[in-house]
Design a protein around this ligand. Structure first.
Ligand code: PEP
Length: 246
């Protein structure tokens, strides 16, 4: 089986400050563990500051378009120039609040790769969809939108994040077994198209991960780290989550 390096990523959403960049970057630079990749996704106005502080950074979204008359949007090329290495695409808040369809998400995924950013594709079902037994169907559709546009090989230069919508910001974490079952479903689904891509792909879990539950999630065989929201805003908790991925 392929050895996959764990990733612990912090999605700050529209939170944080210049002071928090200093605090978290100091904590992360002390952490220095080569066995885990740590990434911060601060709000766009803090991107430069965070990149200058030496942490590995990404944007929370990018535009699917090149530069032009798109007021308020984040250009992938510029984000890269400012020091971003990654971008989230298809976070459930972008899908639900900003109306991003899976097709738009696939375009953003493509634009990210075109400009040298590694896309972190976020997928996950709502509570209602889980109750209806549609979890696998929803997740497969969200991933297949990217594969049908770009082909399976595009996933080899990306990261996936399974984030059940009902677990995001709610304190209701998926159990390790629930999360592992969806991660395994994703890997098995991809392996029917390319075993090497499926085995190499880092699949993160996101949804109310904290320093108490991270270890039991991260030790599941198909969970390769986490995408952390609320708990990534507290330096101690975040570093402790990073340690639990070792
Ligand atoms: C997220 O925003 O991607 C997330 C998982 O948030 P939280 O950890 O707060 O549930």
């Amino acid at each position: 089986m392929a050895q996959r390096k764990p990733i612990v990523a912090g999605n700050w959403k529209m939170n944080g400050s210049i002071e928090l960049v200093s605090e978290i970057s100091t904590a992360i630079s002390k952490y220095k563990n080569e066995q885990v990749d740590v990434i911060i996704f601060p709000p766009a106005p803090l991107l430069c500051k965070a990149a200058e502080s030496g942490v590995n950074v990404g944007t929370q979204t990018i535009s699917e378009f090149d530069s032009g008359a798109f007021t308020g949007e984040i250009e992938a090329k510029l984000a890269k120039q400012l020091g971003a290495n990654y971008t989230l695409v298809g976070h459930s808040e972008r899908r639900a609040i900003f109306g991003e369809t899976s097709e738009i998400v696939a375009e953003k995924f493509a634009k990210a790769q075109e400009e040298g950013l590694i896309p972190v594709l976020c997928v996950g079902e709502t509570e209602k969809q889980r109750e209806l037994g549609e979890t696998e169907k929803v997740v497969a559709e969200q991933i297949n939108a990217v594969i049908s546009k770009l082909g399976i090989a595009a996933l080899s230069n990306s990261v996936l994040a399974y984030e059940p919508v009902w677990a995001i910001g709610t304190g209701k974490t998926a159990t390790p077994e629930q999360a592992q079952s969806v991660h395994k479903f994703i890997r098995d689904m991809l392996s029917t198209q390319s075993e090497p891509v499926a085995q190499a792909l880092q699949i993160l879990y996101g949804g109310s991960v904290n320093d108490k539950n991270s270890k039991s999630l991260f030790t599941q065989p198909d969970i390769d780290g986490g995408l952390i929201g609320g708990a990534s805003l507290k330096a101690d908790a975040f570093v402790s989550i990073c340690n639990s991925a070792l």
